[in-house]
Design a protein around this ligand. Structure first.
Ligand code: MRU
Length: 363
């Protein structure tokens, strides 16, 4: 199994002085790269959703920090001051995916170890590279562990995009899909279109089609009927932040899918690297939920379709309570029936055996 899908170019590529990303806003119509040359441009790319998906955002934030080191002054203290400011700008771009904050903190911690300003760029860049490499490796392991949970001749339903475009590797939820497909056990993926930004229709469906994996898109509100028809063996989704009790935030609509899965006795799996775990937050109530512009609801690419000035509530994520989750699949193991106790046991086990098992990868 390759560590990147064949049909999709790398989501994030570092040249040494610039960062090349795929502009996800243009897909599926145009596959175009954009080149980021400054921390401000990296922050813009995250804020305006040119790059999406928690691990991919984390990688761009880490390299955003690397870009911020390219024109630092010689004075170490002043250099650190500027870098802390850059960290603040990056962290303020999007609040829900914790990978972003973890990546920025990782880069800052590395910079603090530098004895001179001249040492900072090399250290921060190396940390960003390690973070990206660890995400690729994490995807592979999540794919392997998750595919083992699926039955033969299965079909899965997924929500939003947790694929190659959302990570540095071949995806978390779609990593499981890709591995299961390569093993010959997966026959079809159903992709929720994922209103309002249509990540399922425009990103998930596109990237699976590039790899020749059979995919059927459904309107979000068709998920109940699809499950009732018996055509879904399992639901597999990604996550943006997982609290210490296993509650998992993911794209808005995920919670509803989890309730439907419970009702129809379909297993519901969350796939995420340890960089998505947030031990500092006790449960899902503490996860900050991004709210986005009303125009995402009232408008389409073709312009406004709703009444002008209508009031809108547009949370970008929701939280699936741990009791609806069959298992969380990370690169360090599978957490069955997540709960505070199961999460604590996982933490204890991974902290003892794995460097970076405490929620921050890349070291
Ligand atoms: O708003 P987005 O497109 O960044 O949201 C993406 C998601 O919700 C993904 O499902 C999540 O980040 C997991 S990515 C492996």
């Amino acid at each position: 199994m390759r560590d990147r899908p064949q049909g999709v170019p790398p989501t994030v590529e570092w040249s040494g002085t610039t960062l090349r990303i795929i502009d996800q806003r243009l897909l599926p119509h145009r596959l175009e790269a954009m080149t980021l040359t400054s921390c401000a441009e990296a922050a813009d790319a995250i804020r305006n959703m040119a790059v999406r998906g928690a691990p991919a955002i984390g990688c761009v934030a880490a390299f955003g920090m690397a870009l911020a080191t390219l024109d630092l002054p010689d004075d170490r203290e002043r250099a650190m001051e500027l870098l802390e400011r850059a960290a603040g700008v990056l962290k303020a771009t999007r609040p829900t995916a914790v990978n972003l904050a973890h990546a920025v903190e990782l880069a800052l911690a590395e910079a603090r170890l530098a004895r001179s300003a001249a040492e900072i760029p090399g250290r921060v860049t190396a940390a960003a590279r390690r973070l990206m490499e660890s995400d690729v490796a994490a995807n592979m392991e999540i794919g392997r562990l998750g595919a083992a949970l699926l039955p033969e001749r299965c079909s899965v339903l997924t929500h939003c995009n947790a694929g190659s475009l959302a990570t540095a590797g071949y995806g978390t939820a779609l990593g499981i899909v890709r591995t299961a497909y390569a093993q010959g056990k997966l026959t079809r993926v159903f992709a929720d279109e994922t209103r309002p930004r249509l990540q399922g229709l425009q990103l998930t469906a596109w990237e699976l089609m590039q790899d020749g994996i059979p995919v059927t898109v459904i309107a979000d509100n068709a998920a109940a009927a699809l499950m009732r028809s018996g055509r879904v063996s399992a639901v597999v989704v990604g996550a943006d932040r997982i609290a210490a009790n296993g509650d998992a935030a993911n794209k808005i609509g995920t919670y509803g899918v989890a309730i439907l899965a419970k009702h129809h006795r379909v297993p519901f799996y969350v796939a995420a690297p340890t960089s998505t775990l947030d031990w500092a937050i006790a449960d899902g109530d503490g996860i900050p939920i991004e709210e986005r512009a009303p125009e995402e609801i009232t408008g389409t690419g073709a312009g406004r379709v709703g009444p002008e000035g209508v009031e809108v509530w547009n949370p970008s994520f929701d939280v699936t309570p741990c009791e609806l989750i069959t298992a969380i699949v990370t690169e360090n193991g599978v957490i069955e029936t997540p709960s505070r106790a199961a999460m604590d046991a996982y933490r204890e086990r991974t902290c003892r055996t794995v460097a970076g098992g405490d929620g921050v990868t890349g070291r």
